[in-house]
Design a protein around this ligand. Sequence first.
Ligand SMILES: [Zn+2]
Length: 255
Amino acid sequence: MLFDTHAHLNDTQYNEDLEEVIERAENEGVTNMVIVGFDRPTIQRAMELVENYDFMYACVGWHPVDAIDMTDEDLTWIEELAAHPKVVALGEMGLDYHWDKSPKDIQQEVFRRQIRLAKKVKLPIVIHNREATADIVEILKEEGAEEVGGIMHCFSGSPEVAKECVKMNFYISLGGPVTFKNAKKPKEVAAEIPLEKLLIETDCPYLAPHPYRGKRNEPGYVKLVAEQIAEIKGLTLEEVAEATTQNAKKLFGIK
Ligand SMILES: [Zn+2]
């Protein structure tokens, strides 16, 4: 059993061959996945998918890159969707200082509003962080995000920051980069963070693991992430698969 905690099968890149992608994931042992929607079209599509597939759950929120586009109606819509039984988290939300489409102050405000909403609807949050670690940690602390906890998605920071996030009730999710030969920090994080606090993900269609780096990613490849963590920790694939699946189910409240 493998749980891909962050997949964008709602991306148009899967329009042609979604069924084959799902079949390959099942053949690799993927038993659950969370489909992440982060703007109007991708949230809509994520909800369609979770209505159609038992083993898919949804995470809905507003991406920091597009923070400037979020309206009050969008946030109300996300709040309504949060009541849906298959919506298990809010996000991805956070800060992205790599792209400058949305000014930092607007990103921070949209991030704070979503954390407050998550506390209101009592759902964990999924954090997107790009070049903004210090501000993310500060806002999570100021807003009391520990109350709902959540996931540091595709974590690329240091083991020290990972430990700080674990203290704030967050899981550390590792994706394709942990398999890259030159990825020093994700491998250190895999070694130092206890298995009880780790999750696995693909972030597909992005960040395909070795040996698919640069190609379109898909949920079946999450097995490569689990294998890499198992190798680093000196465990079996089954041990990592079992533990990360139980961690995800506990966080998302899935039986
Ligand atoms: Zn994502």
